[in-house]
Design a binder for this molecule. Structure first.
Ligand code: MTE
Length: 296
């Protein structure tokens, strides 16, 4: 009886009861190691992962995010969930994360600019988070959006920026539900530094890094393929799919090889790029019958 009452009380607890339980930036996280989602390749050192970044909201130089992203306030943080799902709402980050156990996934991370890293991410499977919103049969795609706040993000204030903010990305629903797709809240066992997309960023390791959108504030399920920042800017250079593929060159450079970081300018550590970034076994089935040159 008491248990029933307590359970009933739990049901009516306002969601904000959990607010404040999320560790602050740089705090240690509890997580499970996942040997099935790991690699014996050498990890890219923490200092390189957190000082060589792309986060155009803070500038276009690789050092700008580490220099300026501290201006972004990551708590409190809310994520708006909308579109074709039965559980839309404006969720406090703590409530999104609370029911889940964190995992460590050590993934290769390959940028379209032909550099790569190996990063130990901490987070939860994207599918586990998305299922809780109960997407409907209309949900063919899922769209993600980054914070849009020029006061906190100096790159958004820049007169030279060609990006139409906010940064936008998307996945086909079966890609989003693939076991590799991951929502990261940390790296190297600690909460994400702002420059890496705190407090919540996507990680899709078989795709070029630009699909892995940072500092997410909106998730929308939709029937039509969503617009994405880079494919809007240069559709002949960056497609919606953006699967890592050594046989499909960028119009301005080859994608056959990549510079594994850390590497000095004159002794660059070049390695061969692999189809789907080496995750062919897990994801090739998603693209069966599709011409990967056309759907790049
Ligand atoms: N997300 C936002 N909001 N803004 C960005 O500029 N850059 C993308 C992606 N996510 C970007 C973003 C690119 S091009 C890459 S390669 C990765 O973030 C880089 O992630 P990292 O800095 O954690 O290595």
């Amino acid at each position: 009886m008491a248990g029933t009452l307590a359970a009933a009380a739990g049901l009516v607890m306002p969601p904000l009861a959990y607010a404040g339980s999320l560790p602050r930036p740089g705090e240690s996280l509890d997580f499970r190691k996942m040997p099935a989602f790991s690699t014996d390749e050498k990890l890219t050192p923490y200092d390189d992962v957190t000082s060589y970044n792309n986060f155009y909201e803070f500038g276009t130089d690789k050092g700008d995010p580490a220099r300026y992203a501290d201006a972004m306030k990551t708590a409190p943080w809310n994520v708006k969930v909308e579109g074709a799902c039965d559980r839309p709402g404006n969720y406090a980050l703590e409530d999104l994360l609370k029911p889940h156990d964190y995992q460590e996934r050590i993934y290769r991370h390959r940028c379209v600019e032909a550099w790569s890293m190996v990063v130990p991410w901490i987070g939860i499977p994207l599918a586990d988070m998305l299922k809780r919103f109960q997407p409907t049969s209309q949900a063919n795609y899922v769209y993600f959006e980054t914070l849009n706040d020029p006061e906190q993000m100096r790159g958004q204030r820049s007169a030279f920026s060609t990006i139409d903010w906010p940064y936008q990305e998307g996945l086909r629903m079966d890609e989003a539900m693939n076991e590799l797709s991951f929502m990261a809240v940390g790296l190297y066992g600690k909460t994400l530094p702002n420059q890496n997309g705190a407090p919540l960023r996507l990680v899709v390791p078989w795709k070029y890094g630009f699909k892995s959108i940072k500092s997410i504030v909106r998730i929308r399920f939709q029937e039509a393929m969503p617009p994405t920042t880079w494919s809007r800017l240069a559709p002949n250079e960056y497609g919606f799919y953006a699967n890592v593929n050594p046989d499909v060159d960028h119009p301005r450079w080859s994608q056959k090889r990549e510079r594994r970081l850390p590497s000095a300018l004159f002794s660059a550590n070049w390695i061969d790029t692999r189809l789907f970034n080496g995750y062919e076994q897990q994801v090739a089935g998603l693209y069966k019958g599709m011409d990967l040159r056309r759907y790049f």
